[in-house]
Design a protein around this ligand. Structure first.
Ligand SMILES: Cc1cc2nc3c(=O)[nH]c(=O)nc-3n(C[C@H](O)[C@H](O)[C@H](O)COP(=O)(O)OP(=O)(O)OC[C@H]3O[C@@H](n4cnc5c(N)ncnc54)[C@H](O)[C@@H]3O)c2cc1C
Length: 407
């Protein structure tokens, strides 16, 4: 693919530059903006609303659903330009990136026109309610029940690791509606109003000090049938739409830590010599540069596929797997270079505002989110290398008959 802008894309790029110059702060470093606290959340909502009002949110969504009606290539241009600025999109990535495509594909026209424009402008925030205490990698093994009652459904059960549930107005929730058939066929996907008394959100404190995740309990929570996404029993198809969008969204913005590491190496000395002259550092630098360059090439291959109307396939899993491992290795190595100062997590005292110390604590989670390393390897083994599927002992068995541990 030719990566030069067409004249239309060049004009769009120039508009994006002007808008960002006027509405965002240029980066002086390569560090990411935090998500913590109510002030940060309100600032994020205000910023996103302005972006939507000026026609730069949800670029590929149709205008009637709050988008800009543009192409994936416009989205690429936006992503390239916005990288140079500090922005606050993180609270909305799960809603717009993961839930949005499923709502777009499976919701009724009336629901789409009501809910999507508010999602696109960040007036409503959404979360993804899939994982449960005993259903993460094997999400189709979930146990939250949805039972029909007239024109609505009644939900009971528990979700866990729900990012941003404490800020969310709506969620996309995967439930079991029929335990008497095989696990994939007995699932149904819904949109749920999170601001109802039957939904209880309990925050989880993370080891890095943050609090993005939650347990979510449903105690007779109500969902109108008009909020069903797809057929009863067709929830797995909807879930795959969400999971594929998630992997694509993650792989595009997956931090590798390499640009920050390069800055660090350029600025540090060891025993009066530039640290970049140290053979061990040079060896690591070369390894991570090769992986970083490889990931950028894979990303371009993915963009080419998307630009030709295709979908990002296993490249998204590759980007996620390699980038997440590298990010953790780089953080650990940088903190070893710091010596005893590696344990000082103070944004005023530590190099790169303690980015690496923070990543030592956060990067293990990135290797789990959106599918663990092992799950990514299974996808690559089966879909790219054509290796046999792993044995699935529960295949074809009614969900209620699958053996489990003691109740
Ligand atoms: C930062 C972060 C954000 C998250 N946000 C959300 C969210 O918003 N919504 C949501 O629903 N969930 C969310 N999750 C949950 C996430 O999807 C799960 O943590 C993930 O799918 C793994 O599930 P688990 O934690 O239950 O681990 P398990 O599935 O219990 O896995 C435990 C270990 O077993 C391995 N394993 C499991 N199955 C296999 C297999 N078949 N072959 C080989 N190895 C295997 C895993 O790789 C892992 O090492 C988030 C998690 C994190 C860390």
């Amino acid at each position: 693919m030719d990566f030069q802008d067409t004249s239309e894309l060049a004009a769009f790029r120039s508009n994006v530059k002007i808008w960002l110059e006027a509405n965002a702060t240029k980066r002086t470093d390569k560090l990411h903006m935090g998500m913590e606290g109510d002030t940060a959340f309100q600032e994020a909502k205000d910023w996103y609303k302005k972006k939507a009002d000026d026609g730069f949110a949800c670029l590929t969504w149709a205008k009637e659903y709050g988008g800009a009606g543009l192409t994936s290539l416009h989205e690429v241009v936006w992503t390239q330009e916005v990288e140079n600025y500090k922005t606050r999109d993180a609270h909305f990535v799960i809603g717009i990136g993961n839930c949005g495509p499923a709502v777009m594909h499976f919701a009724s026209e009336e629901a789409k026109r009501k809910l999507l424009p508010r999602m696109a402008s960040a007036e409503d925030v959404w979360c993804q309610l899939f994982s449960e205490p005993s259903a993460g990698s094997d999400v189709a093994g979930l146990r939250t029940r949805a039972e029909p009652d007239g024109d609505h459904w009644v939900l009971n059960g528990q979700k866990i690791w729900t990012s941003g549930a404490q800020y969310s107005d709506y969620g996309v929730v995967l439930t079991r509606t029929d335990p008497t058939i095989s696990k994939y066929r007995g699932l149904t996907l819904f949109m749920i109003d999170m601001r109802q008394s039957g939904v209880e959100v309990r925050p989880i404190k993370q080891m890095d000090g943050g609090g993005h995740f939650n347990e979510v309990f449903f105690n007779n929570a109500i969902v109108p049938d008009t909020y069903r996404l797809g057929e009863v029993g067709g929830g797995w198809a909807g879930a795959l739409t969400v999971l594929m969008s998630e992997r694509l969204a993650i792989s595009g913005v997956q931090p590798t830590g390499f640009p920050q590491f390069l800055d660090l190496v350029k600025s540090l000395e060891l025993n009066g010599q530039p640290i970049a002259d140290d053979p061990l550092v040079r060896d690591r630098l070369a390894t991570w540069y090769s992986q970083y360059a490889g990931l950028q090439a894979v990303n371009k291959r993915m963009l080419t596929a998307v630009a030709k109307g295709g979908i990002a396939g296993a490249e998204a899993s590759l980007g996620k797997l390699v980038g997440a491992v590298m990010n953790q290795e780089i953080a650990n190595f940088a903190c070893q270079i710091f010596g005893p100062a590696g344990i000082v997590q103070d944004t005023e005292l530590s190099p790169e505002r303690a980015h690496f110390q923070q990543q030592v604590l956060f990067s293990p989670g990135v290797r789990l989110a959106g599918g663990t390393d092992e799950v990514m390897r299974n996808i690559l083994a089966e879909q790219v290398l054509g290796l046999p599927q792993e044995p699935r002992a529960d295949k074809g068995i009614p969900f209620q008959d699958i053996p489990t541990g003691p109740a």
